[in-house]
Design a protein around this ligand. Structure first.
Ligand code: FES
Length: 110
């Protein structure tokens, strides 16, 4: 029997355009790399995902589970920019898991 890979589906919103994404666990190290690749973004994720540069800020809706919790450098980096809302996140600190199914991810200008 063929092994089935579970897909993960969510929506990216860029400048009001809704872009459906279907991916799978392990294809990207984290959400920042997926966004950079899918949207071919320059100057996005400049620190490579360590949570220090804040060039990967996004607004989220519908993320569930452990992925909804800010951890490691994320709270401090966002606080330095004045963001304390739960739905403003560093995309490099979010792994591609089933927690993203049906979520909406909006790019932000920082
Ligand atoms: S890539 Fe630098 S904070 Fe996310």
């Amino acid at each position: 029997m063929e092994k089935q890979l579970k897909t993960i589906s969510f929506t990216i919103i860029e400048n009001g355009t809704r872009i459906p994404v279907v991916t799978r666990h392990g294809r990207y190290p984290n959400l920042m790399f997926l966004l950079k690749d899918e949207l071919q973004l320059e100057s996005f994720g400049e620190c490579g995902g360590v949570g220090r540069c804040a060039t990967c800020v996004i607004k989220t809706k519908g993320i569930t589970g452990n992925s909804a919790i800010k951890d490691r450098n994320e709270p401090n980096t966002l606080a330095q920019l004045g963001f304390d809302e739960d739905n403003i996140r560093l995309s490099c600190q979010i792994y591609i898991t089933a927690d993203l199914n049906a979520a909406e991810i909006s790019l932000m200008e920082v």
